[in-house]
Write a protein that binds this ligand. Sequence first.
Ligand SMILES: [Fe+2]
Length: 258
Amino acid sequence: MIAVVSDIHGNLEALTAVLEKCEEIGVDDIVCLGDIIGYGPDPIAVADIAIERFRVTLMGNHEEALVTGKHRFNPYAAQAIDWTRTQLKGASGGRLSRLLGSERPDYLSWFKDLPAYVVDANRLLVHGSIYDPVHDYVDEPENPVEAEQMIQTLERDFSGFDLCFAGHNHTPFIATKVGTFFPHDGHPTFTLPPGHKAYICVGSVGQPRDRDWRSSFATIDGNTITYHRVSYDLQLTQQKILDIGLHKFLAERLQYGC
Ligand SMILES: [Fe+2]
C-alpha cells in the first residue's frame, strides 16, 4: 500500500501522527508531493524524516522559495520561509549528516535537487498541476465552464499517465470526467476503473484548508484510493509557532483548518 502525503509544512506533530497511522494500516511505501517546510516550527526534524522515510519527495513552491529566495508570498509565509532558511543553514547533526558523513549537512543542497515531478507507474506526481508542477493550483470546478475545462484537461492532456496526484491546494478531492468527489468520514474510499483519468488531490498533513484541522493524506491500494484524517497534538504545534516568534495567524489558522 502506498501513502501519498503533501504539504507537511514543518508540522512534526501532524507528520508523526500520520506516520503512526501509516504503520497501523500497513503502508509500506510513502511518497510526498512537496512543501515539507514553511509555516511550521520543525523544518529540520521533518526534513530528516523525509530523507529517511519517503521514497519520493517533490519540490514544492516553499522549497523553491527556500533555495532561491524568490516568491510572491504573503508577509506571514515570507517571514516563515526566511526563518526556516536560517534554521536549515545553521543545522548540524541529524539524520542527513549521518547519511552524508558530514557534521554539517547541507540541507539546502538536498532541497535544491528535489524533482518537480515524478512519473510513478500510471501516476504523475506533482505539487501543483500538470501545467506547472510547482506553482499552479488544481481548483475544484465550481461552475459548468470550469467543469468542462476540467473534462478537457483530463481527456486531452492526461497522456502517458492515468492519475495525477497533486498537493498545494491543501484540500482533498478527486476531479473526474463525471464530476468532483469529496471524501467524508464514513465515505473515504473511491475505486477507479482501470484507465480512468483523474486528479487526486490529497490534502495537507500540516495545514489543512478544508475547515477540518485534522491531517489529510491518501493511500493507494490497487485501483482504490482511500482518504485518511488523523488528529494530532494541535496545541503543541501552535505553542511552538508562538514560541519561535512566527506570526500568531500561522498558529491560529491550524485550529480552523483554513
Ligand atoms: Fe503548501
